[in-house]
Design a protein around this ligand. Structure first.
Ligand SMILES: Cc1ncc(COP(=O)(O)O)c(C=O)c1O
Length: 373
């Protein structure tokens, strides 16, 4: 039996182990110099002045809502083709998500035209999500939000270190969950054009306290005040130490992902022409996942079972959020035809930097065989 080709593996090894050991030896386990350095280096890589590290992207999205003053009575335009964390953050803040259809099957980004039609007096913000690592048209969204007086939030969980990501959103939030382009096991980072809102998230992530533990330890401050209702969304030093090591290699990993995406595109176009590809080959992309569109009448379950039998993992990104029971119970029946068709036909193939050319060839070959049966 050939080795299993997994969907998405983190790259971990000696540098991560050494970094974690150093933290343990230092005996300073949370919110210390490594967190600060990680914030500096991550924001510098994105050409932004500052970053706020948090313990997940979900936590970061929640803080983004609060820092931008979004709450009960407000509506936030959101995609449904996303991970549920994007829209849960709106619910945590007590605001109402308004689901917007995608542009097309080839471009499953939140549609600007549909968003425009769903605006109301109560609309306060838009969350765009860089699906699969493919960047949404940020200048167009910035322009739209400026004209309509809305906040723009980037859910950048899939797309670190690519193009102009993180430079257009009032706040932009990244994920370092295990399956992401770089990982800290769990973790997230907030960047922002809106310096005041970004600064507010610094306090919100630690109970709204006006000083940090490290400041007090060093004698820079001996007490603190609490000026807002905050949370414990802090990142720890172990996460930051891993993040620093992973960050160094992120650009080369992203480049390798794009090489593999190009190989997939070439192989699929040639050997499985009935499979649809997303975007164009040169669309700005972090290569987070390898999404494809199956032919209209294809039996996706059978294809996924066939791939599994050939030792190849596959997945679906995503079951649309508006169809989840919890969301249906709260918001009733909503129809988004393009999102629903996309979700029915999408199939995600393995993609991570340690895949070889031969692995991609094996995946494409297995698909060609299964589709021909
Ligand atoms: C699009 C998107 N948004 C948000 C998240 C939440 O990230 P985290 O697990 O860091 O909270 C994820 C993670 O899977 C995601 O894919």
């Amino acid at each position: 039996m050939d080795k299993i080709i997994s969907l998405g593996d983190p790259t971990l090894g000696e540098p991560e182990k050494a970094a974690l050991n150093e933290v343990i030896d230092s005996a300073w386990l949370t919110m210390g110099e490594r967190v600060k350095r990680f914030e500096r280096e991550f924001s510098a890589l994105h050409e932004m002045p500052d970053g706020i590290a948090v313990n997940s992207c979900t936590a970061g999205l929640h803080l983004a809502m609060i820092a931008l003053g979004i709450g009960p009575g407000d509506e936030v335009l959101v995609p449904s083709v996303t991970f549920v964390a994007t829209t849960n953050a709106v619910l945590y803040a007590g605001a109402t998500p308004v689901f917007v259809d995608i542009e097309s099957l080839e471009c499953p980004h939140i549609s600007l035209e549909s968003a425009d039609r769903l605006l109301s007096e109560r609309t306060k913000a838009v969350i765009v999500m860089h699906y699969g690592g493919y960047l949404v048209d940020l200048p167009a969204w910035r322009d739209f939000c400026d004209r309509k007086g809305l906040h723009l939030i980037e859910d950048a969980a899939h797309s670190p270190a690519v193009g102009n990501v993180g430079r257009y959103g009032d706040l932009s939030v990244f994920s370092f969950f295990t399956n992401k382009n770089m990982t800290t096991a769990e973790g997230g980072m907030i960047l922002g054009k809106d310096a005041a809102a970004l600064e507010k998230t610094r306090y919100l992530r630690a109970h709204g306290m006006t000083t940090g533990t490290l400041d007090r330890y060093r004698g820079h401050a001996y007490s603190y005040d609490v000026t807002m209702l905050g949370y414990n969304y802090r990142m720890n030093e172990l996460q930051a130490a891993m993040g620093l090591v992973q960050l160094e290699r992120l650009p080369s990993w992203n480049a390798r992902r794009l090489e593999l995406v190009a190989l997939y595109r070439e192989g699929l176009e040639r050997r499985c022409p009935e499979i649809g590809l997303l975007f164009s080959g040169d669309h700005p992309n972090a290569g987070h996942i390898m999404p494809t569109i199956l032919p209209q009448r294809a039996d996706r379950k059978k294809i996924m079972d066939g791939l599994r039998a050939a030792g190849i993992q596959s997945s679906i990104h995503y079951p649309p959020v508006h169809l989840f029971t919890h969301y249906r119970e709260r918001f009733g029946e909503i129809t988004l035809p393009r999102s629903e068709e996309f979700a029915q036909r999408e199939l995600t193939l393995p993609l991570h930097p340690s895949l070889s050319e031969a692995d991609v060839d094996r995946v494409v070959g297995a698909l060609e065989r299964i589709l021909g049966e």
